[in-house]
Design a protein. Structure first.
Length: 476
């Protein structure tokens, strides 16, 4: 199994070099844009669940700043929904995409169920091409928030049909959750057939993606889709799997045109790894997201004065805190670099429950998790009595049932993640979202508008106005 992040230092140095070169190129042009006009090319990156600690932890992991950390302008963004101080992805993306807050679970609809035009729809109507890229299914809440208007984020079948009707030129990443309407109360027919009938070429895997030519409509998916029709975790990826950065780069090539484009790129599995309290998966997913940001920065360097690259998050997940490493064992964040797969994948392969297996099997296999063969785990990850007892209790609990869309959050994987993270100096406060503000970083045309502290709906309105688009009627 390849380890994409096993030797990160030279890769990090290259990314930093490319970023610095890009910033220098952008510095020669007016920040307000080409000929004083709105940006021709707009990238909106959303790290799902990516709080400040996730960014800082990823930088510590790779031994240097992230590309997004080096942007010239930073802001702090609050994320509350209308009906809760702790938002979900649906309410959050609606605020970001429309400039209007809504209640939990709704996509593209106000609290009164009024449809709200999104920045992607308005840009498309003006003649810009639009791309939606994600590491989870393309009908999941964050990507769907730019083209669907439904009262419940779980209406995947209806969202799939909204994708076909959108006319957006490029969708890429995971697959579709309910194209045939098996989970819908009112099936509308095979959405994938409707997508093809709307003129979309469906490309699966790298070879078919590379064979595409500009000028058409594309739905591109990874060849190996995992739980919830998502791309594999970076830790579980094979050499042939298309990365988020590759989907982003290919999207640029397919979308580029004189009228410009709007592209939303989501690092969706940062959130899933945080829900599972899997520190190594969280940090590698954040780094993969930052690799996609680097692709946009390189493009911006070649289009100075015409491009805006905006990086934010919909919310924080996991209540992650950076803490001192475990003083008893001397463990440090570096130990987690040896983790060779996601904890979800690791525990799924353990023989337990009705199929048999003893708790001691977990201890035996921990060595394999850290690349130590069949022997013991690294000494720094040795379990104390309390940790062993917590894992024994989780071992006895049943495996998760139906797919939840983020791997089922096996109790054993969560407790193991909490134990290993604590030893390495990453403490989890919860398995769900938190209400702490998130970082927003901006580079390029109009970057100065994203400094300071503001709400996620205000961020959406600032983006709309910078692009010369009108927020929804009634928006502040």
């Amino acid at each position: 199994m390849p380890k994409p992040f096993a030797r990160r230092a030279p890769r990090a140095a290259l990314v930093v070099f490319l970023f610095l070169a890009s910033v220098l190129a952008l510095a020669w042009s007016p920040a307000r844009g080409w000929a004083g006009q709105p940006p021709r090319y707009v990238f909106l990156f959303i790290g799902d669940g990516m709080g400040v600690a996730q960014r800082m932890g990823a930088a510590r992991w790779q031994g240097g700043p992230l590309v997004m950390d080096g942007f010239p302008v930073h802001g702090l963004t609050t994320t509350a929904a209308v009906d809760s101080p702790v938002t979900d992805s649906a309410a959050a993306v609606t605020a970001l995409a429309t400039g209007v807050k809504t209640i939990l679970g709704r996509l593209g609809l106000g609290p009164d169920l009024r449809p709200l035009p999104t920045v992607a729809e308005l840009a498309h109507a003006r003649g810009m091409r639009v791309g939606i890229v994600t590491s989870v299914s393309v009908d999941h809440a964050t990507p769907a928030g730019f083209y669907a208007h439904v009262p419940a984020r779980g209406m995947y079948h209806e969202i799939d049909h909204a994708l076909a009707a959108s006319g957006f030129e490029y969708f890429a990443g995971g697959g579709l959750r309910d194209p045939r309407g098996e989970e819908s109360r009112a099936p509308r027919g095979d959405a994938l057939e409707r997508i093809r009938a709307a003129g979309y070429a469906v490309a699966v895997g790298r070879a078919e993606l590379d064979a595409l030519r500009p000028g058409g409509r594309t739905l591109a998916m990874g060849a190996r889709l995992h739980d919830g029709q998502s791309l594999p975790y970076v830790l579980d990826a094979d050499a042939g799997d298309v990365t988020l950065a590759e989907f982003t780069a290919r999207g640029i090539a397919l979308l580029d045109n004189p009228q410009g484009f709007f592209m939303m790129v989501e690092g969706g599995k940062i959130d899933w790894a945080c829900h599972a309290n899997d520190a190594a998966a969280t940090l590698t997913e954040t780094l993969a997201f930052d690799d996609a940001v680097a692709v946009a920065v390189r493009f911006a360097a070649g289009h100075p004065g015409q491009t805006l690259v905006l990086v934010t998050a919909d919310h924080e997940c996991g209540g992650l805190a950076l803490a001192p490493p475990d003083a008893r064992t001397g463990a440090a964040l570096a130990v987690l670099r040896r983790q060779g797969m996601s904890l979800q994948r690791f525990v799924a392969a353990l023989p337990r429950g009705p199929e048999g297996g003893r708790f001691e099997e977990l201890e035996i296999r921990l060595g394999a998790l850290f690349g130590s063969g069949g022997g013991a785990a690294p000494q720094a990850m040795a379990l104390d009595g309390d940790e062993e007892q917590a894992l024994r209790v989780a071992w006895a609990r049943p495996r998760p049932g139906a797919d939840s869309g983020r791997g089922g959050n096996d109790p054993l994987a969560v407790i193991l993640g909490q134990v290993l993270g604590h030893k390495a100096g990453l403490d989890w406060g919860r398995q769900g979202h938190s209400g702490v503000p998130v970082s927003t970083s901006a580079l390029g045309v109009g970057q100065e508008r994203f400094a300071g502290t503001y709400d996620n709906a205000e961020l959406g309105r600032r983006l709309l106005r910078l692009m010369g688009l009108a927020p929804a009627p009634g928006a502040p």
